[in-house]
Design a binder for this molecule. Structure first.
Ligand code: NAD
Ligand code: UDP
Length: 331
């Protein structure tokens, strides 16, 4: 393919968990990828597989400041995503969602680019409707510990749809539900990474509350397929569209599953439930099935096994694992 025919794609937050998988996927698909990241939670390590590719370029930049580049498509993923990370500097979290969206939408308008927004199931808050459909407006505390993220993402959605209405910008908004897989940050406090690291190290598994709250976990490769399909869909289809795995499980069931898959002797301990922790969360993906012909295909046990393998290797490389529970279980 001639360079002049190649799609030039900007991925913000490209050094993070999801962003790094997206950069890899887009380079593999033949796109010319510019990854922008301020390394707040992401790392260059996450990009090791694509760093040397001629089609890949990395720029250190904070999207709360304007950016002037020439691209055809923008994937806006920059924003800390785990409650521990986004609550560490909540003002910066809201700035990243809101100022970041304004800057990226302004860029898209100037260069006439199609723009994708990584929104979240958190826009539904602690939902009173179950499972959550896109037409549910949500149940969000505007002044709580999670609000910097929830309200920031809600405002970003508003901006995307106002740019669509006011400037006819091609926008694509996905509401992403809990996604897991290799390259999750080992210390970001998210449930899958926490439980796996604890189980591999033989430490107590920290279940918050009674563990009866539910989540629905999507493996990262399934999510990537959904994002790519959404971006390739007709311009009339803007979303918001739920992308997630509709298989719902309790946090306690997840803990038991991970202990078993790790062959771990860890015990479960119950710790206080964080404030505003949603009680139930499960996507209704009827819209994604109909419009994108998309649904997740990786079962939880398989995705967890791949993720456990990743963390086992990571901890071993860091000398944080004397005897690997996974390799012991396999032996
Ligand atoms: P992550 O923390 O691994 O990645 C976020 C990336 O954004 C990091 O590389 C970070 O350094 C970068 N970043 C943060 N602030 C920035 C700024 N101001 N300028 C430039 N870069 C900045 O999180 P993730 O899980 O990969 O999530 C990526 C996106 O997907 C986020 O927008 C998140 O809200 C959304 N999302 C993720 C999930 C999930 O389950 N992982 C669920 C819903 C939505
Ligand atoms: N959780 C838990 N133990 C942990 C980390 C999280 O019980 O060590 C629970 C948390 O209270 C929530 C669920 O797991 O109910 C998912 O948490 P996570 O931070 O992964 O994502 P959330 O969906 O809350 O944004």
């Amino acid at each position: 393919m001639k360079d002049s025919q190649r799609r030039r794609v900007l991925v913000t937050g490209g050094a993070g968990f999801l962003g790094s998988h997206l950069c890899e996927r887009l380079v593999a698909d033949g796109a010319d990828v510019l990854c922008v990241d301020n390394f707040y939670t992401g790392t260059k390590d996450n990009l090791r597989a694509v760093a040397a590719e001629p089609l890949f370029e990395l720029l250190r930049h904070d999207i709360t400041f304007p950016l002037y580049v020439e691209v055809d498509e923008i994937y806006n993923l920059a924003c800390p995503a785990s409650p521990v990370h986004y609550q560490f500097d909540p003002v910066q979290t809201t700035k990243t969602s809101v100022h970041g969206a304004i800057n990226m939408l302004g860029l898209a308008k100037r260069v006439k680019a199609k723009i994708f927004q990584a929104s979240t199931s958190e826009v539904y808050g602690d939902p009173t409707v179950h499972p959550q459909k896109e037409n549910y407006w949500g149940h969000v505390n505007p002044v709580g510990a999670r609000s910097c993220y929830d309200e920031g993402k809600r405002c970003a959605e508003t901006l995307f749809f106002d740019y669509r209405r006011q400037h006819n910008l091609p926008v694509k908004v996905a509401r992403i539900f809990n996604t897991y897989g290799p390259r999750m940050h080992p210390n970001d406090g998210r449930v899958v990474s926490n439980f796996i690291v604890q189980a591999l190290q033989g430490k107590p598994i920290s279940v918050y509350g009674k563990g009866r709250q539910t989540r629905s976990f999507c493996y990262v490769s399934d999510l990537m397929d959904g994002i790519v399909k959404l971006m390739a869909s007709d311009d009339d289809f803007t979303g918001p569209v739920n992308l997630g795995n509709p298989h719902e499980c309790t946090v306690l069931e997840l803990a038991e599953r991970i202990i078993e898959l790790c062959g771990s002797r860890s015990q479960i301990v119950f710790e206080p439930l964080p404030s505003d922790d949603p009680a139930r969360r499960c996507p209704d993906i009827t819209l994604a099935r109909a419009m994108l012909k998309w649904e997740p295909t990786v079962p939880l046990a398989e995705g967890l096994a791949r993720t456990i393998e990743y963390f086992d290797q990571l901890l071993r490389n860091r000398g944080q694992l004397r005897n690997s529970a996974v390799s012991e279980a396999r032996a």
